[in-house]
Design a protein around this ligand. Structure first.
Ligand SMILES: NC(=O)C1=CN([C@@H]2O[C@H](COP(=O)(O)OP(=O)(O)OC[C@H]3O[C@@H](n4cnc5c(N)ncnc54)[C@H](OP(=O)(O)O)[C@@H]3O)[C@@H](O)[C@H]2O)C=CC1
Ligand SMILES: N[C@@H](CC=O)C(=O)O
Ligand code: NA
Length: 430
């Protein structure tokens, strides 16, 4: 049994979504149950990859949301209209929705979720915040029993990429923005990124989930990064800070109101968010009794965002399958495999090693070590005599990637060398 889905949009995220669904081997088995029935775009003349079977691509988006065979509509158009109307029509027709569109949810979420609740359908949006980072599901499910105090995020990949390039390379703002557009990170209108609106859309969504109340998007104060220049970046650096565009949602001490805002911020270099660079995003959540959790990963881009989209599709397919067959358990929550995977014996694993030797201080000992390692195909990255302990010389060796079995055989031989007193440490190196 397969479940038919309709994609609205076949751009960066849409094609990434198709790439995953059309290549299911080695991924969750639910993917084999997904059939891309229709894909809606603006123009039929553009070259498209992956190519789709004849008749799948269409410019008639209404036909997709009205198709009785399609059970899940995946909205990857962006913008407010026609996305909002198409989502509402699909919901009215009883279809579940997966969307990556934070703009439409931040502004029309109340209308969309009211309609979805009335129709008994899901609207899932993992891709809309933090791209590939699982953040919506963890906030709802894994962290939902905590009383959340703060959510602070670097949640716009384009501006984080720009600020990182400006900080690390002294790069020019416009050039880096053009690069981010080429890499598929930027919104169709990049002012959504640069002026902070995209981050504000996303923090509105996160705050609603974390604090359990709808957020009026227009009430969020929002400053972008246009005014940030090399001089401020350099002064901030001298003072021990980096500049990041932060989106912040905090419960006030009265517990009845929230602060929600987006602005560039000097972040101390030893803060966990300070080292989140490039297109990476991170969301730091503080709650009671959990404490702090940071979710980190690629915040934009084709593959990462598509990963979140397809995981939402699979979640709904799992539910549909549970409802429509005699299978009683949700396949994403239950154990759905019954074979054992083959594991590589540790002797065949390849890794680097650090080893510390205590040896007699006699000439030629390093040569003997090298010979024994060489005989067992263990190549050395470095050999250093670091000092003495009592009368014994202390030698540290770091290997290249070697097979653990070969390394152990070499050690057995080395232990028996007259000059070797002991091998106090052997530690694997990443
Ligand atoms: N890119 C990213 O890294 C991320 C994007 N998102 C969100 O995902 C969504 C899609 O973004 P992305 O894939 O980058 O956007 P693209 O501009 O790459 O793709 C948009 C797609 O939608 C189609 N489309 C847009 N408007 C219409 C319309 N009115 N009628 C018919 N087709 C239309 C386009 O058709 P055509 O191809 O014919 O032009 C295109 O296929 C947005 O909501 C974005 O905010 C979320 C997280 C990350
Ligand atoms: N333009 C957005 C895309 C992902 O949401 C970003 O740069 O973060
Ligand atoms: Na996400």
């Amino acid at each position: 049994m397969t479940f038919k889905i309709g994609l609205l949009g076949y751009g960066t995220v849409g094609t990434g979504t198709a790439e995953i669904i059309l290549d299911p081997l080695g991924r969750n088995k639910l993917l084999q149950k997904i059939e891309i029935a229709k894909v809606g775009v603006r123009s039929l003349d553009k070259p498209r990859s992956p190519e789709l079977p004849a008749g799948v691509l269409t410019t008639d988006l209404e036909a997709i949301v009205n198709d009785p065979e399609i059970e899940i509509v995946v909205e990857l158009l962006g913008g407010l209209e026609p996305s909002r109307s198409l989502i509402l029509t699909a919901i009215a027709n009883g279809k579940h929705i997966v969307t990556a569109n934070k703009a439409v949810i931040a502004r029309h979420g109340a209308e969309i979720y009211n309609a979805a609740n009335d129709a008994g359908v899901y609207v899932l949006l993992e891709a809309a915040v933090g791209g590939g980072i699982p953040v919506i599901k963890p906030l709802k499910q894994s962290l939902g029993v905590n009383r959340i105090q703060t959510v602070i995020g670097i949640i716009n990949g384009t501006t984080n990429y720009i600020l990182t390039q400006m900080t690390e390379e002294g790069a020019d703002f416009d050039e880096v923005l053009a690069e981010a557009q080429k890499l598929g990170y930027a919104e169709a209108d990049p002012s959504a990124d640069v002026d902070g609106y995209d981050a504000a859309d996303k923090i509105a969504i996160l705050a609603a989930i974390a604090f359990g109340g709808r957020i009026k998007r227009d009430d969020i104060p929002c400053e972008g990064i246009r005014q940030i220049n090399a001089t401020d970046i350099s002064y901030a650096d001298d003072l021990g800070f980096v500049i990041k565009l932060l989106a912040i949602a905090k419960a006030n001490s009265d517990k009845d109101s929230l602060q929600v805002r987006v602005h560039p911020t000097l972040v101390p270099k030893d803060h966990p968010l300070a080292n989140v660079n490039g297109v990476y995003n991170a969301i730091l959540v503080e709650g009671d009794p959990l404490g702090r959790v940071m979710l980190f990963g690629p915040g934009a881009g084709k593959g990462a965002t598509a990963s979140a989209v397809v995981s939402d599709i699979a979640t709904i397919v799992g539910i549909l399958q549970t409802n429509s067959t005699s299978q009683k358990l949700d396949p994403l929550l239950s154990c759905s495999h019954d074979h054992f995977s083959e594991l590589t014996p540790i002797t065949e694993v390849e890794t680097r090693f650090y080893a510390r030797f205590l040896c007699q201080d006699v000439s030629g000992v390093i040569g003997h070590l090298g010979m024994s390692f060489g005989k067992h195909n263990v190549s050395l990255e470095s050999v250093v005599q670091i000092g003495f302990q009592d009368e014994l010389a202390e030698i540290v060796v770091v290997t290249h990637n070697v097979q653990e079995g070969n390394f152990r055989q070499a050690l057995e031989e080395i232990k028996n060398l007259d000059a070797i007193d002991s091998i106090p440490s052997i530690i694997r190196v990443l």
